[in-house]
Ligand binder design. Structure first.
Ligand SMILES: NC(=O)c1ccc[n+]([C@@H]2O[C@H](COP(=O)([O-])OP(=O)(O)OC[C@H]3O[C@@H](n4cnc5c(N)ncnc54)[C@H](O)[C@@H]3O)[C@@H](O)[C@H]2O)c1
Length: 327
């Protein structure tokens, strides 16, 4: 399906801006909304229509739905730093749950506009008993306010579906990483960067040591194991989820990951391989909220949307390195 107007919240952020590009590449028109607390004006400007607004602002959101023929919503806007959410749980719940509820309310008011929601693999909490892959049926047990905010969001979508029939796809992304393959977007935030790959690339560029956030997790090399999935693959999942909903598909919750575990030390080795630089390492303390291992089973997204990851860890590091160098 092409030619629809899609509202993307968090369009000045990392995944939101890449999703804007994927939608535009598929000939959709994008209304991008962001309050720019974390996101960048340069990324928000990629949208066809730009709105600097808080996604909790009912009047602004209602006006957007009234002015535009919104055929679908991708709700990416959120605060998304786990350790910050441990320190400021109420603020995280306010923005993340409040933002979704406002979007949902307006989508219902306008006849049940389908919603794609940025959920997270962190809803599984600390699944230490699982050394394998986490499927959607695995128990959810968030261990911090960020994960809880995503779980409440998923439940709000399920209850609204039951009440009004509004359909949604909640995408539980694992660790999005990498940059646009044509260099149009990438990870770029206001303030200090919290994500591991841009921090690694920054250390490599400046010749500084990289501080590992703990090396005593119960994993083979002691560092956290994560499922790094290319942001271009993640962006494509939104497009496929919108197509699925606009073709009448029922509400779903789907994992979006690579289906492969990579430890932080393995990521360091890949960065060293791609950049040709050796990274001196220091062992620092664990970050609040970090768990040992989160790796997705992504077969359900394939079965439902025909989505599967196409790009590799090498593609992730190469695209991120060239984005980093270009900035
Ligand atoms: N990056 C990942 O690996 C990952 C993994 C799982 C889930 N997610 C989720 O995906 C979404 C996008 O993540 P991201 O990595 O692009 O993060 P990001 O921080 O780059 O983007 C989030 C955007 O939301 C905006 N925002 C925050 N509060 C807002 C508000 N009240 N009103 C309007 N805009 C607001 C920020 O300014 C920012 O541009 C988030 O919901 C995040 O929780 C991300």
């Amino acid at each position: 399906m092409t030619g629809a107007t899609i509202l993307v919240t968090g369009a000045g952020g990392y995944i939101g801006s890449q999703t804007v590009l994927a939608l535009q590449d598929a000939q959709h028109r994008v209304v991008g909304l962001d309050d720019l607390t974390v996101g960048r004006p340069e990324l928000l400007e990629l949208s066809d229509r730009v709105l600097v607004a808080d996604c909790r602002d009912t009047a602004r959101l209602r006006a957007i739905f009234e002015a535009e023929d919104i055929a679908g919503v991708v709700h990416c806007a959120a605060l998304a730093v786990v350790a910050e959410s441990v320190a400021a749980p109420t603020r995280y719940l306010d923005v993340n749950v409040g933002g979704l509820l406002n979007v949902l309310g307006r989508a219902v008011e306008h006849g049940g506009v389908p919603v794609v929601f940025s959920s997270s693999g962190t809803v599984y909490g600390d699944p230490t008993a699982t050394s394998g892959l986490l499927a959607e049926g695995h128990a959810v047990a968030p261990v911090h306010a960020y994960g809880l905010s995503k779980r409440i969001g998923e439940q709000a979508l399920a209850f609204e579906n039951h009440a009004s029939g509004l359909r949604s796809v909640a995408l539980r992304y694992f660790n999005a990483a990498g940059a646009d393959l044509a260099g149009r977007a990438g990870e770029w935030h206001q303030g200090p960067e919290s994500r591991v790959l841009p921090r690694l690339l920054g250390a490599a560029q400046r010749g500084l040591p990289f501080e590992l956030a703990g090396d005593d997790f119960g994993t083979p090399d002691g560092t956290c194991v994560r499922d790094f999935v290319h942001v271009v693959d993640v962006a494509r999942a939104h497009l496929q989820a919108l197509d699925y909903l606009r073709s009448g598909g029922p509400s779903r919750v789907l994992n979006i990951g690579a289906g492969l575990g990579t430890s932080v030390l393995q990521l360091v080795a890949e960065v060293e391989r791609v950049t040709g630089k050796t990274l001196p390492l220091r062992i620092g303390p664990r970050r609040p909220g970090d768990v040992a291992r989160l790796v997705a089973d992504v077969r359900e997204a394939d079965a439902t949307l025909g989505w599967r990851p196409e790009l590799t860890l090498g593609d992730i590091v190469k695209s991120a390195a060239s984005w980093h160098a270009q900035r």
